[in-house]
Design a protein around this ligand. Structure first.
Ligand code: CP
Length: 316
């Protein structure tokens, strides 16, 4: 159960499972923390005497730094763990690793893991709130929360009936799935656009439109969320397997200023990062007045502060 001042969940395992009231509460709390971050003293004592462990079993730049900054801005104590160089390499299980860290009196776990569902499994085994910082190709809930927060800033608070397109490698993207759940909760029309080989067949069952035509999608959309081609998840980092060549992908799905010119609206352009300049998005677009890519990163700290703060409240 949730009321307007409390989340319905004790962990953030995914956007699936959250309510519209949860999203509104996270976003309104994030707005307050964003004000704090714009003050000369950017810190509040909300999580003093609270310890958060950031466990990263997979690479990250933005999410990891953003969580650590969010925790420090809330005055939490922070411990960081990465699988490289740890006893995971000696065969320790996930539950043993986490239980050993929790034995050191940790109050909350933020985790990125390559296996979809790892967070659900862990949440059933340990007694602290778990925050999903990305699980394989499944979900990346805080990315979707910061993306929708940024969209509300750009397009207006009410996203009902607004047309939002997610473009690119949908098949291998946790950002896509979390964004779809979040945007649908907020009443937006969602379209995914990309090559046939990079859009899972079941996706239309989630109530989204499917398109393989970027130019038509540009004319339809109010905002485009451009995704990276995830070669590392396609089973081959050296050569492409889901389309003939990178050059051909860019010709069909790369966003350029010329292409954007087809829209009668001033489109909002997003990207979760890291961006591949000249592949899915040209430098001119990434650095243009249409782009809110760096605002997304800025908003990420406030949104993650809100998530950590609200989950800590649930813990009592
Ligand atoms: N957007 C995102 O998750 O970036 P990182 O992989 O750098 O954390």
């Amino acid at each position: 159960m949730s009321d307007s001042s409390s989340l319905s969940q004790r962990s953030l395992l995914g956007i699936r499972g959250l309510t519209c009231a949860d999203l509104d509460l996270i976003h309104s709390t994030a707005r307050e923390f964003k004000d704090v971050l714009n003050r000369p003293i950017k810190k509040v004592p909300s999580l003093r005497d609270f310890t958060v462990a950031n466990l990263f079993f997979e690479n990250s730049t933005r999410t990891r730094l953003s969580f650590e900054l969010a925790e420090k801005r809330l005055s939490a104590d922070v411990v960081n763990f990465s699988a490289a160089g740890s006893s995971v390499k000696k065969g320790e299980t996930l539950v043993d690793t986490v239980n050993n860290i929790l034995a050191m009196k940790v109050d909350m776990v933020v985790m990125r893991h390559p296996h979809p569902g790892a967070h659900h499994f862990l949440a059933s085994k340990v007694d602290v709130p778990i925050v999903n910082a990305g699980d394989g190709t499944h979900e990346h809930p805080t990315q979707a929360l910061l993306d929708t927060f940024s969209l509300r800033q750009s397009l207006g608070e009410d996203l009902t009936g607004r047309n939002i397109a997610i473009v690119g490698d949908i098949q291998h993207s946790r950002v896509a799935l979390s964004n779809i759940w979040a945007l649908k909760l907020l009443g937006a029309n969602v379209r995914v656009c990309g090559p046939h080989t990079l859009i899972p067949k079941h996706l239309s069952k989630l109530g989204v439109e499917v398109s393989h035509d970027l130019d038509d999608t540009i004319r339809w959309a109010d905002a485009l969320n451009m995704l990276r081609i995830q070669l590392e998840r396609q089973g081959s980092e050296e050569s492409v397997r889901f389309f003939p060549t990178i050059r051909e992908y860019t010709m069909r799905y790369g966003l350029t200023l010329e292409r954007l010119g087809q829209s009668s609206k001033s489109l909002t352009i997003m990207h979760p990062g890291p961006i591949n300049r000249g592949v899915e998005i040209s430098s001119e677009v990434a650095d243009s007045e249409h782009s809110i890519i760096l605002e997304q990163v800025e908003n990420g700290v406030a949104v993650r502060m809100a998530v950590l703060y609200l989950l800590a409240q649930k813990r009592g």
